[in-house]
Design a protein around this ligand. Sequence first.
Ligand SMILES: CCCCCCCC/C=C\CCCCCCCC(=O)SCCNC(=O)CCNC(=O)[C@H](O)C(C)(C)COP(=O)(O)OP(=O)(O)OC[C@H]1O[C@@H](n2cnc3c(N)ncnc32)[C@H](O)[C@@H]1OP(=O)(O)O
Length: 199
Amino acid sequence: MIRRCGRLLHKTKVRSHCPTEELRDFGLPNATWNKNLKDLYNKFLELSKNGSWKRIPSHNTIAHHLQGIGKRMFLRNLDSDGLGFEYCMFYNKDERRMVCLFQPGPYLEGPPGYAHGGCIATIIDSTAGAGAVYTCGSVMTANLNITYFKPVPLGCTLFVDSHVDKIEGRKVYSSCHIQSYDGVILHAEASALFIKANH
Ligand SMILES: CCCCCCCC/C=C\CCCCCCCC(=O)SCCNC(=O)CCNC(=O)[C@H](O)C(C)(C)COP(=O)(O)OP(=O)(O)OC[C@H]1O[C@@H](n2cnc3c(N)ncnc32)[C@H](O)[C@@H]1OP(=O)(O)O
């Protein structure tokens, strides 16, 4: 247990929204990560050693205008680890690829025992969106098309693989695949159009 901002918090379990708390990097392993997620994470850490891949830190806010009223980034806004979006991302600049290692928690349930399609869309948007941001700066999603092939069991480990395919002026075209951690099952694929900020 640690004491922060006058509240008692369990070191690995509880997420504080206290605005004065130092930023926590949620892309680091915690006790709720299953073995497959940890193994994939370690594999990408290994690949990062020669600089080709880079781990992307993940905080619970990018919204500076929210300072003073808490940190509420959509994917990191639950108060406990493991219940919602558990994920980390790695970026490969040369390949214009952003991958996300994702473990959907029980609060993301849609059909009984399976992830809601909206949370699959969210992780695709966030992964491909982050890939577009890291490749060419601020973007907004203009279009996202998803084909769902196989339902995603809650608690499994997914490999989300996005790629910036083409950049035409302000338009950034990306594709994304969601597979099981071992690549055996293709759960979904998507194409997305991002528009670069007009400044
Ligand atoms: C976010 C950045 C933060 C940076 C922080 C760094 C940390 C990185 C870490 C983590 C990143 C996380 C990543 C986030 C991921 C999530 C992103 C979202 O959820 S975004 C919210 C949902 N999307 C909206 O709410 C958009 C709503 N729509 C709009 O605001 C506008 O329509 C917008 C900006 C998309 C375009 O508007 P216009 O006025 O700027 O530009 P116009 O002139 O309309 O379009 C430019 C060109 O694009 C085409 N275009 C626009 N929309 C299109 C569409 N839907 N389909 C096809 N073409 C389209 C147009 O035809 C035009 O093409 P022609 O230049 O004439 O050839």
